[in-house]
Design a protein around this ligand. Structure first.
Ligand code: 3H9
Length: 649
């Protein structure tokens, strides 16, 4: 039974029980509606509590029903039924109250939550806006500015924060349902406080407009955040009934939009990514103590990531000077988080206590997992792992963070390579969501399962990749960059490609990114690998020529662009250099429209992706989309190249 209710004296407790996340599917809506009507009609009941079984409150409407014809009773009607109830209704929230779940709570006449409960309206991440009153009721509780912020970002907030904002009435300190019953008793015989009837706190229209503009700009072409933000403001200027109607119409319009369909693909793909038949019955190893060898840029970011997820972190560097520099890097990451308001100073201090620094590899003896993040050189890494294997426990998992080296070649020095895995973090490791979980040749199934479980606990998206140069991500990125370089020779200019890519939704175009990252490191690699290059393959020498001219990107003041103070300018010297290279090769340059630029990029990526799939390096087309979205800034609302070309559905 998805919904049932029981009575505690004169109070009804309506239980929603729809595992795994109590989504509001059609049968739940039907039964909840029935229960509410029964409770309302029962003269012995004077108040009711809506609560959930399982690990969470309602996590939203049932996403699987989107795209199908909606079936009554609709969630918005149900929510109205709650608000209109003559007897007080209380929401008792544990876990997450998201989307439609949060909207149920908003319509209740009182809200009590467990201390670890979270609240959010993540609809924009699905390409839609809240459709059951979220944009209309939330501002009545917390004001227009805070409501726009929550709805447009889709971010969740904690119970104490929600209490401070006035979003909930009580943070339960004891047993949630007992506290909810006590709360309900205080509301009996008083007129229910209907959120929809509350006035909206005074706000400044112009400030709200500016806030919406900022949301639209940040969305880079994604429609839903701006629409959601605008709906808050529109609703604030009309009666609630009209606001609810406007919201519902916009919800129905967006739910069938291309962007929403693409984002639903991403939603499903993310949940699929960690599922493998071969791992179905495999338990991951318990991991609590994590060692990190190297505290450079990657090592420091990885250390912070693990400390943030409550692991005990042991960092080893070769000497006191390197330890000191590593500590400074870790400190700087936390300092930036404090400055941006993401964490408090107290949290920073607490997290720092979870990271210890040492100069002796023996510090890793207690670790369940050791990740190396040292210089990307096969000899250096093999030497390190030879040493590590003789120090750590036989069941300790050993991981490399290499981006280009062959993990199997590193694993071969470990006596038991079944415990060897690749965990390829992206830079900056504490910010980037993607981790490639590299399936080495002899890996034990529980080691692979552990890699995925660790990525999940870190709040990251683990994508399994087989072994090949660059794994999935960098191999696809190389194909993407190659297409861009071909277009430069064929007639496009760096700013034309960057503009097209940015208009499509990437945060930065490829040449702006290269200038930011610097051209010198990849130049050194190209020179090193020059002998191995297949002369039959098309080679674009533009980047080499820029480096030969001392143009290493922003750090040297010029690269694909020239930099004047902070401003990036098109440089006629670069244009001339590119045109000269085309002419040397006998290429007659032609103009490129933005659509063609994007089509060429997607074609280049999917050609390589097809190879990656046929080689078994990636196991699913949808994983390819996730890698590009989470590691390289591909706009999620476009679904990914495999989705765009019908390879992933
Ligand atoms: C909405 O509410 C619109 C309304 O405003 C208006 C309507 C009119 N539906 O993520 P997990 C499944 S829009 C159906 O691995 P976790 C998921 O597919 C909705 N199924 O667990 C998976 O199934 P399977 C707004 C859902 O513990 C299983 O649950 N809400 C839904 O890591 C476990 O999922 C959201 O966007 C759903 N809404 O995280 C919330 N949600 O095992 C989206 C999950 O078969 N959900 N499933 O693969 C989440 O953020 C996370 O699932 C949650 C749990 C944090 C709840």
């Amino acid at each position: 039974m998805a919904v049932n209710w029981n009575r505690e004296d004169n109070i009804a407790i309506i239980w929603i029980d729809n595992p795994p996340v109590n989504a509001m599917s059609h049968s739940v809506r039907e039964r909840l509606s029935l229960a509410l009507n029964e409770v309302n009609a029962d003269t012995g009941i004077e108040a009711s509590i809506i609560a959930c079984r399982g690990k969470t409150f309602v996590a939203g409407a049932d996403v699987k029903e989107f795209g199908k014809p909606p079936l009554a009773p609709f969630l918005n009607d149900l929510v109205q039924l709650i608000e209109d109830s003559a007897k007080p209704v209380i929401a008792a929230i544990h876990g997450k109250a998201l989307g439609g779940g949060f909207e149920i709570a908003l319509a209740a006449h009182g809200r009590i939550a467990a201390p670890d409960a979270q609240f959010g309206l993540p609809e924009v991440k699905l390409g839609i806006i809240p459709g059951a009153g979220g944009t209309q009721r939330l501002p009545r509780l917390i004001g227009v500015a805070a409501a726009i912020d929550m709805i447009a970002t889709g971010k969740s907030i904690s119970a104490p924060h929600a209490r401070n904002l006035g979003l909930i009435d009580i943070v339960s300190q004891n047993e949630l349902i007992a506290d909810a019953l006590a709360f309900a008793r205080t509301l009996i015989h008083s007129e229910p406080r209907r959120t929809g009837q509350l006035p909206i706190a005074k706000f400044d229209e112009q400030t709200a407009e500016l806030q919406i503009l900022a949301v639209e700009q940040k969305a880079r072409g994604q429609i839903s955040p701006g629409e959601a933000a605008r709906m808050v403001l529109r609703g604030a200027n009309v009666p609630i009934e009209q606001g609810l109607k406007l919201e519902r119409d916009k919800f129905l319009e967006l739910v069938g939009s291309e962007q929403a369909v693409a984002l639903r693909h991403v939603f499903v793909a993310e949940r699929l990514a960690a599922k493998f038949d071969e791992l179905a019955d495999i338990l991951p190893r318990p991991i609590q103590s994590v060692g990190i060898a190297g505290a450079g840029l990657m090592g420091a970011g990885i250390a912070v990531t693990f400390a943030d997820a409550d692991y005990d972190v042991t960092v080893v560097e070769r000497d006191t000077l390197s330890i000191d520099e590593g500590q400074k890097r870790v400190d700087a990451i936390y300092e930036r988080a404090v400055k941006s308001g993401r964490i408090s100073n107290a949290i920073k201090e607490e997290r720092l206590t979870r990271i210890s620094f040492h100069s002796d590899l023996n510090a890793f003896t207690k670790c369940d997992l050791v990740i190396e993040a040292v210089f990307d050189d096969l000899g250096v890494k093999r030497e390190l792992f030879t040493c590590l294997a003789s120090i750590v426990r036989p069941d300790t998992i050993l991981a490399t963070n290499t981006s280009y080296l062959d993990p199997d070649a590193i694993a071969s020095v470990v006596p038991d390579p079944s415990r060897f895995i690749g965990l390829h973090f992206f830079s900056p490791a504490n910010m980037m969501r993607l981790v490639e979980v590299v399936k080495t040749k002899e890996i034990a199934p529980d080691v692979l399962a552990t890699g995925l479980a660790v990525a999940k606990r870190l709040g990251k998206l683990g994508i399994v990749s087989g072994v090949c140069e660059g794994f999935i991500g960098n191999r696809l990125f190389t194909a993407y960059r190659e297409q861009c370089d071909f277009m430069l020779e064929d007639g496009a200019l760096p700013h034309e490609i960057d503009n097209a890519v940015e208009a499509y939704g990437f945060p930065m175009g490829p040449y702006a990114v290269t200038d930011l990252a610097g051209l010198d490191i990849s130049w050194a690699r190209r020179k090193r690998d020059a002998d191995k290059r297949d002369p039959a393959l098309r080679y674009v020498p533009i980047a080499d020529r820029l480096c030969e001219a001392g143009r290493f990107g922003q750090k040297s003041g010029s690269g694909y662009y020239i930099y004047d103070g902070g401003r990036k300018l098109v440089d006629p010297i670069v244009t001339a250099l590119i045109e000269a290279i085309s002419s040397e090769k006998g290429i007659i340059r032609r103009p490129f429209e933005p659509d063609e630029i994007i089509a060429r990029i997607i074609a280049g990526i999917v050609t390589e992706a097809d190879k990656i799939l046929s080689e078994g390096i990636s196991l699913r087309p949808s994983d390819i989309d996730l890698v590009l979205i989470n590691g390289y800034g591909y706009p999620a609302w476009c679904g990914g190249p495999m989705f765009r070309t019908g390879r992933a559905k």
